[in-house]
Design a protein around this ligand. Structure first.
Ligand code: ZN
Ligand code: ZN
Length: 100
């Protein structure tokens, strides 16, 4: 699995769906990824728990990677301090307000 884009992130996934929260490195503003349903690997029926857990882990990983990519559009990388900051924390010079 990739490292989360922001320093703080939360896994909000459950047994039936996947969702993740990311937090601005500067102000802590939360962004939640789109909630994706657990598709059971597109099988119609799953016989045992081990298969189910395997499929869940597989889809969970894919959902996290997608959320982590989407988070790039929510948080800007400050080239000075390396923080990932939300638009509120960004100055018009494309650096965060701490580095302005
Ligand atoms: Zn912020
Ligand atoms: Zn900065």
């Amino acid at each position: 699995m990739s490292l989360p884009l922001t320093r703080k992130s939360t896994d909000r996934s459950g047994t039936e769906q996947f969702a993740f929260s990311f937090f601005c490195d500067r102000c802590g503003k939360e962004w939640r990824s789109e909630t994706l349903p657990f598709n059971y690997g597109y099988f119609t029926a799953i016989e045992n728990d081990i298969a189910r857990q395997f499929l869940w882990a597989h889809e969970h990983k894919a959902a996290f990677e997608q959320a982590n990519l989407d988070a790039r559009f929510q948080y800007n990388l400050c080239p000075v301090c390396g923080k990932r900051v939300c638009n509120d924390c960004l100055c018009n010079r494309d650096v965060c307000k701490d580095c302005n």
